[in-house]
Ligand binder design. Sequence first.
Ligand SMILES: Nc1nc2c(ncn2[C@@H]2O[C@H](COP(=O)(O)OP(=O)(O)O)[C@@H](O)[C@H]2O)c(=O)[nH]1
Ligand SMILES: [Mg+2]
Length: 218
Amino acid sequence: MSDKKISRVIELNEDLIGNNDKLAEQNDQILKQKKIRAFDFVGAIGAGKTAIIEKIVERITKDYRILVINGDVATRIDADRIEQHGVKTIQINTGRECALNSYHISQVLKNYVLDEVDILFIENVGNMICPSDFILGTEKRIVIVSITEGEWVIEKHPMLFKMSDIAVINKIDLMDVMDINLEKMVNDAKRINPNLKIIKTSATSGENISKLIYCILD
Ligand SMILES: Nc1nc2c(ncn2[C@@H]2O[C@H](COP(=O)(O)OP(=O)(O)O)[C@@H](O)[C@H]2O)c(=O)[nH]1
Ligand SMILES: [Mg+2]
């Protein structure tokens, strides 16, 4: 038997993705009709998605009416964290699903009165693979990685960076204690998707959060 190492790619059922895309388009239209600007955040568990959304809402809640949808397999920990900033939330527990899909969002658009919402932030389930296949119908997708995930995290997940508009490299306050090549991470992101806007942040210190807000709402 050959000891040549092989990798296999198993394609997801195309109907599943096709149906998701159609529903995402409907979500986009409904959101536009309602004049709601929607943005979704994807990234691994622990990258800092909730922490960054907390910092963002803290700063803009006086200017906009915000709703946050938090996707999580089982808990409502993240929604509770966001609500401490006086922002409305909807927690979606996905159970066995490893990402939110456009059906989840369509159900929110159908079942909630959203007349008093200017901005919708969606925190996806912590995962760097599943969300690539499921767009939600938002205006922009923001992918968040942190330097504690190692400098290879971006090149290992090209699809997510191809499908995003903004890449956030978070936890830069920990640069001194991490042996990390930040320039490599930035270059990987640029190579994978030359249109990506790349922002290095610290949700802990607040560094570059204003820049990120500007980039999202631009
Ligand atoms: N040092 C540091 N810790 C952070 C930063 N952002 C998030 N954290 C911490 O990382 C952990 C995971 O953050 P969380 O927002 O829950 O990540 P999520 O799973 O992507 O939503 C928490 O303990 C945060 O306090 C950061 O910029 N710097
Ligand atoms: Mg979270």
